[in-house]
Design a protein around this ligand. Structure first.
Ligand code: PLP
Length: 415
């Protein structure tokens, strides 16, 4: 699939699986519980590489048990939810504190002052004026508003495929003309092809960077050159929901393009690195004119908990750094195992990994479901590829144990 698929660089044979003696189980339980993230609910703990390896080796003893234990570790939730790209470590301690203190105020709307204070905090964080910021009930609401504004009455929108569909689906329902451009062989946005797809009727181009579901990313320089080559009047909408997890050289935010008046909107969310998906808050950075238009199109405002928690979370940089460290570490652990198993994957830059299961996705999904693990949905045309969210360390260990367990079964049954 991908000429640059990183898995092709690795030829390491799969590590032999070891069945552990029954006496190992108490150790397994201890290892899983010692891996429990207490950040926010107790003393922050750091998990050494050795801890992780020990836990995962022990978890190899039995995937079903591993999944059960990981589920217990994540608050008793079962099945393991590795399908929505959530950050399981959130919300931050500061955000949790604010939400619990605010429970009696659940009978109130957020005050204008509280919303203004959040917008001011975001503006300071992004080093831009407050008139360039609008918050939404998740960035999804803002994507929809942009889809409505630029897609209505047959407006043409160019987007990659597969990519995140919130904007394009909503725009499609409002009568937009959608032009989808397939990803390139590395599963990245094909910018030259997207540029060719732009016509005099094009009102907006949507770039999801890093891209959901593939996790691949464009460099900031590539986006800058693309934007510079567009006809004036075409808005570039850059969705940076996963930007905080990127590690590839040259990949970074292009929010500064908003300041230079280049016809760019950047979207960020509190759902990913801030671990607040359930609280619903996101924001857009755009020119004051676009902000006003989006403001007129949004359907609601963030709730009181989201407004205060988002502001508190912005002030908790240590939490974000810790989330990034752990999620990037676990992401590498997943790709290392995929390479061992000789499974191809797209270069991951978000908190998820898109990989080729080597079997029809419905079959893989069913095998994982039988082990109480929920994985990402089908993203055509990648019929055998699966998107898996990077969960906590024990969740990742449980997933990898299940993956190792199902592969021989699937390979035999499809032989
Ligand atoms: N953008 C991308 C690329 C996403 O994957 C998601 C959610 O998964 C969103 C935006 C929307 O996030 P939210 O509405 O929770 O801010």
């Amino acid at each position: 699939m991908s000429s640059r698929s990183p898995s092709q660089k690795h030829s390491t044979a799969a590590a032999p699986q070891r069945r552990l003696a029954v006496e190992a189980w108490p150790k397994l339980v201890a290892a899983v519980y010692s891996a429990h993230l207490t950040y926010g609910t107790g003393t922050p703990m750091t998990l050494s590489r050795r801890d992780v390896l020990t836990a995962s080796a022990l978890l190899l003893a039995g995937p079903a048990a591993a999944a059960r234990l990981a589920a217990r570790e994540s608050g008793g939730a079962k099945p393991l939810v590795l399908c929505w790209n959530e950050n399981p470590y959130g919300p931050s301690p500061a955000a949790r504190r604010v939400v619990s203190e605010l429970i009696p105020s659940g009978c109130r709307y957020p005050s204008d002052q509280a919303i203004a204070a959040l917008v001011a905090a975001i503006a300071a964080h992004e080093s831009i004026g407050a008139d360039h910021i609008i918050t939404g009930t998740g960035s999804g609401e803002l994507l929809r508003a942009l889809g409505l504004l630029y897609g209505r009455d047959g407006g043409e929108i160019v987007a990659a495929q597969p990519s995140y569909t919130e904007l394009t689906s909503y725009a499609g329902h409002r009568g937009a003309r959608l032009k989808f451009v397939p990803l390139d062989l590395s599963m990245r946005h094909d910018l030259p092809a997207m540029r060719s797809a732009v016509s005099p009727a094009t009102r907006a181009v949507y770039l999801c960077n890093p891209n959901n579901p593939t996790g691949t990313a464009l460099t900031a320089a590539e986006i800058r050159a693309f934007v510079a080559g567009l006809p004036s009047g075409v808005l570039t909408i850059v969705d940076e929901a996963y930007m905080d997890f990127t590690t590839a050289p040259g990949v970074g935010s292009v929010a500064d393009l908003v300041k230079s008046g280049s016809g760019v909107v950047v979207l960020r969310t509190f759902s990913k690195i801030h671990g607040m998906a359930g609280l619903r808050c996101g924001y857009a950075i755009a020119s004051p004119e676009v902000i006003k238009a989006v403001d007129a199109a949004v359907m609601t405002t963030p709730n009181i908990f989201a407004v205060h928690a988002a502001r508190a979370s912005l002030g908790d940089g240590a939490f974000r750094a810790e989330c990034r460290r752990r999620i990037v570490g676990s992401r590498t652990r997943i790709t290392t195992v995929l390479s061992e198993l000789k499974l191809r994957y797209a270069e991951p830059q978000g908190n998820f990994v898109f990989f080729d299961t080597g079997m029809p996705l419905p079959r893989f999904t069913e095998l994982m479901r039988a082990r109480d693990i929920l994985v990402g949905r089908h993203f055509p045309p990648f019929d055998s590829w699966c998107r898996i969210t990077v969960g906590t360390e024990p969740e990742v260990a449980a997933f990898l144990a299940a993956l190792r367990a199902v592969l021989p079964t699937a390979r035999q049954s499809s032989a």
